[in-house]
Ligand binder design. Structure first.
Ligand code: SF4
Length: 494
């Protein structure tokens, strides 16, 4: 068999998780240059740029959500695909052991995490034969936040702010605009979309995702007029790429499928020698060209207006904050996402949450001797906790909730009533935030798996932006309304 195949696949996974490809870097540099200095989007892009550099320097995961590993493999006609599939699965488990992939494969009925990213349907591996005597493997790691913002439209359809999308190219255009508008900051904008026009419901989504394997070289115009901006903070750049493919369809169906990917657009590929399995060359990146850093500086760029917060917090400290404030948090912080929120609805918390900071985060954590170390710790999408958050704030006295993408009306009302704030951290900035964690003090509910456990952390100068305050204001609500008006103007401009 191919003696180097396994190690080549491990290398592909590690590099994909830790080193953003040059076309995405270039698109993010353009995005950064477009945002005026000192704006919220510009500050967020600076953190993202640092995060990209830190990840490659330390071979750490760019984002803690390493997503659903999806492999597209092309093999010569005689290749043994059964053996290759097994090797790829073992390589995925090995990369997970090395902390380059977060354990992300969860039994859909019991909720149990397999711990090694293996399980029914994970990873996804598609094989195709070709006439060449070489093996090509492409990999994309697409996280849950952006996966949840995918959309599929059956035309004709009435769309909010845009009117009817007919079975025409203009109808397709409206669907793309609507999908990007609907994603707001939840998919960690600026992102890129792969689009399939036609096919059936299944093939449409697959083909849309396949478009994300194309090199980003687009000039975006109309969609950036939405002014959603980085993380949905408002700004000049909302999308860094749009790739469109088409499949034939049934006469009765006209689907437009949109696969949204975030700025942490992790996809790479390799071509392997068909006899040894050794890497002959990389796709999307040329190793003879050195990696050009995104930034020539380190650390958070302070404007002098940042508000220092020491946790746990008082009612007074929280009520003095307003939307738009940039805060630097130090002290104790607890992580909690889906499993923890569900648990807290039925049980008392394992720690005292009065005045506490609750961080929506599923970190990558490795055990070193008797101690734990967090190697990647960006925020997860908060809206999933909307059904629970207000009640948890009320019952246990949480004062600060940190996540990304914002929350809804129930949480906003609870913030006002009980004196709490919602802070938006920069989605995907997993390496940047991991460095603000000075110590892991403990862990509760580890039986939920490492991403879902409640980690007790001590942080120092953890930056975030107040996007929902204790006075009923929500930046997310405002941006959604404003961008909706822009969408209406764009939709009627043709
Ligand atoms: S950057 Fe955001 S959307 Fe993308 S994988 Fe990370 S958390 Fe999810």
């Amino acid at each position: 068999m191919l003696p180097s195949f396994f190690e080549s696949v491990v290398q592909l996974i590690v590099r994909t998780s830790t080193d953003l490809p040059p076309d995405v870097r270039a698109a993010m540099k353009v995005a950064r240059a477009a945002e005026p200095e000192g704006t919220r989007s510009s500050q967020a892009l600076t953190i993202i740029a640092q995060n990209i550099d830190l990840a490659v320097d330390t071979e750490g995961a760019i984002c803690q959500d390493t997503g659903m590993p999806t492999f597209e493999v092309k093999t010569p006609v005689v290749a043994n695909q059964i053996w290759m599939r097994q090797q790829i699965r073992e390589a995925v488990a090995e990369a997970t052991r090395r902390g380059k992939l977060r354990p992300n494969s969860v039994d859909s009925i019991t909720g149990e995490n397999s711990g090694d990213n293996l399980g029914p349907g994970t990873p996804i591996i598609h094989f195709e034969q070709w006439q060449r005597n070489a093996i090509e493997i492409k990999l994309i790691l697409k996280g849950g936040g952006c996966e949840n913002t995918n959309a599929q439209y059956a035309l004709p359809v009435e769309l909010p702010h845009l009117g009817r999308a007919d079975r025409t190219l203009d109808g397709v255009r409206k669907c793309i605009l609507h999908a990007v508008w609907n994603a707001q900051g939840k998919g960690c904008a600026p992102g890129a979309v792969g689009v399939c026009v036609g096919g059936d419901r299944t093939s449409g989504y697959i083909h849309a995702k396949e478009q994300l394997f194309r090199t980003l070289d687009d000039i975006m115009a109309t969609v950036n007029d939405l002014d959603i901006g980085t993380m949905g903070f408002g700004g000049m750049v909302t999308l860094i790429g749009c790739k469109i493919g088409a499949l034939n369809r049934l006469p009765a169906s006209f689907f437009v499928s949109v696969a949204y990917d975030c700025w942490a657009f992790r996809r790479l590929g390799v071509e392997l020698n068909a006899s040894s399995g050794a890497i002959e060359h990389w796709l999307y990146r040329d190793p003879s060209h050195p990696i050009i850093p995104m930034l020539d500086q380190a650390g958070f760029t302070r404007t002098g207006k940042e508000v220092a917060l020491d946790a746990p917090l008082t009612d007074e400290a929280v009520r003095s904050l307003k939307v738009g404030d940039v805060v630097m948090i130090s002290g104790r912080m607890f992580t909690g996402r889906d499993a923890v929120h569900s648990y807290l609805m039925k049980h008392d918390p394992p720690v005292d949450l009065r005045g506490a900071v609750l961080y929506h985060c599923g970190p990558v954590v490795v055990k070193e001797g008797d101690n734990w170390r967090v190697t990647a710790a960006g925020p997860t999408t908060s809206i999933r906790e909307e059904p629970y958050q207000g009640e948890i704030i009320k019952r246990y006295g949480v004062r600060v909730v940190i996540g990304k993408g914002g929350m809804g009306a129930k949480t906003l009302a609870a913030l006002k009533e009980h004196g709490a704030v919602y802070l938006n951290a920069i989605g995907g900035a997993a390496q940047f935030y991991a460095r603000t964690i000075k110590q892991v003090d403990g862990v509760s509910l580890l039986e939920f798996g490492t991403p879902e456990a409640m980690w007790h952390l001590t942080v120092e100068d953890f930056p975030a932006i107040v996007t929902m305050d204790a006075h009923g204001n929500s930046l997310h609500k405002d941006i959604e309304q404003d961008s909706g008006q822009h969408l209406e103007a764009i939709g009627t401009s043709r």
